[in-house]
Write a protein that binds this ligand. Structure first.
Ligand code: FMN
Length: 427
């Protein structure tokens, strides 16, 4: 990024793609060339930045100026005004609702102001299809540390100490799950990632896989090393073509650079990873059904015990973790358990990614510290219910998908623990 006077980050999450961001990127590139600015201004396609309601969106570094609902016709004016004349274009900025004044800087816009990015820390910063951009943001440092400086027991201890609980819904402590699998001796173990995400209206995991696929893969490498797995699967529903496309590119890049396969980083550790595409059955998000599905069997949950950590894929010890859980792991290894625990509540540490959808003004993707009251998420970040001025009222919020529940108006100051808090699951 330092090569350029400014960088134009064009959001290429699925929402912005559907709203024509590729045409916008092409128009920007053409316009910059026409005005001989292409050597001075960089253009990057990034993963989802979150404010899907206002797609397509663009962020300009280093000033962090945020443009929304940009159209191809706006591009010549935007390039001339912002990059030639140094006058950012107010009409394409977020407008303060009461005063109708433009808010240029991303961090001052209410939707972004209350967020803390950890799992989503690379969104809007990197091109998810370039491994070197992930590496430039300390990517694979944690895997290198885990593989060359830490024993499996040390990895598990840090994860246990961080108190991270699975983001897939059951809230099971990740370190404990890894420990119970690591204890079992077996000729083959598996490390799996759950990217099924069948809950209606949920797109946290999709956005994560699309915007930062390497973070998920890195979390899986660390988990595999901790439990002694040499083979892994990422289970992604086939309705997520962009996530699958970017994960495939990321996996290929890892094989090319020696971060997957045999003797990773000369550590003596081998790990192979592939994607398994699910056919879009909600029940296949459940761990035992998911494993049957990978085996080519009917995706039906079975009774436990035995737990998957004892007898999972093909009867071998298997750990299954959610996409977001895995994306948090590299940061925990690099920054330590106390850093992770510095946000959230005593029982639910860290942050949580939420997708806001339905009757809410600012639909999109957000990440907030665990324990933030729903009120803050719905009103301060989400902007409240559309039509509130006409008397439309907030009735309830549905959380946790089909296994979740509805939280009525009277409880809107409740502190949610998870987006899917209610599933009763073991490891
Ligand atoms: C019906 C059903 C559907 C589920 N769907 C998902 C899903 O889409 N994604 C997910 O991560 N977990 C899902 N789960 C939870 C998984 O069974 C499992 O607990 C989770 O993937 C473990 O990862 P974690 O410990 O990192 O949360 C589902 C559970 C049930 C009962």
């Amino acid at each position: 990024m330092g090569r350029f006077r400014a960088n134009l980050m064009v959001c290429a999450g699925a929402g912005c793609e559907a709203c024509g961001c590729i045409k916008i990127r092409d128009a920007i590139t053409e316009e910059l060339k026409k005005r001989s600015l292409d050597e001075e201004i960089g253009v990057v396609l990034t993963g989802c930045m979150g404010p899907c309601q206002n797609a397509p969106v663009i962020l300009v570094y280093p000033e962090n100026i945020f443009y929304q609902k940009v159209k191809v016709e706006d591009i010549p004016f935007l390039v001339e005004e912002h990059f030639l004349k140094g006058r950012p274009v107010e009409r394409l900025m977020y407008q303060e609702a009461d005063t109708k004044t433009a808010v240029p800087v991303m961090g001052k816009i209410p939707f972004f102001k209350h967020q803390v990015l950890r799992a989503l820390r690379n969104k809007g910063f990197i091109d998810p299809e370039k491994i070197e951009e992930y590496i430039a943001r300390d990517g694979y440092m944690a895997a290198a540390k885990a593989l060359t400086e830490m024993s499996p027991e040390e990895i598990i201890k840090v994860v246990k100490d961080s108190n991270i609980r699975g983001r897939g819904g059951a809230g099971f402590p990740t370190g404990t799950k890894w420990e119970s699998c690591a204890r079992i001796a077996a000729d083959q173990k598996y490390m799996c990632c759950n990217g099924d995400e069948g809950d209606p209206g949920a797109f946290m995991d999709r956005a994560l896989m699309e915007s930062d696929p390497h973070a998920v893969i890195e979390g899986m490498i660390i988990g595999a090393r901790a439990i002694g797995a040499t083979k892994g699967y990422i289970y992604v529903r086939a309705e997520y073509p962009l996530a699958i496309h970017r994960l495939k590119i990321a996996i290929d890049q890892c094989y090319e650079t020696g971060l997957l396969g045999e003797n990773i980083l000369n550590s003596g550790f081998d790990f192979d990873l592939e994607i398994y595409q699910g056919a879009g059955a909600f029940v296949c998000g459940e761990s035992t059904a998911l494993m049957y599905s990978i085996q080519g069997l009917r995706g039906m949950p079975r009774l436990t015990p035995p737990r998957s950590t004892e007898a999972g894929l093909w009867g071998k010890p298997t750990v299954l973790n959610n996409v977001e859980t895995l994306a948090c792991i590299p940061q925990i290894i690099l920054n330590g358990a106390d850093w992770f625990k510095s946000l959230g509540t005593e029982k639910s540490t860290g942050t949580k990614v939420f997708s806001l959808s339905g009757a809410i003004k600012n639909a999109g993707l957000v990440e907030v510290p665990m324990g933030m009251p729903l009120r803050t998420i719905i009103y301060d970040i989400g902007g409240g219910v559309p039509g509130a001025r006409r008397g439309r009222k907030f009735k309830a919020v549905q959380m946790g998908g089909p296994s979740g529940g509805c939280i009525p108006e009277s409880l809107r100051s409740t502190r949610p623990l998870h987006s899917r808090t209610f599933r009763r699951q073991g490891p």
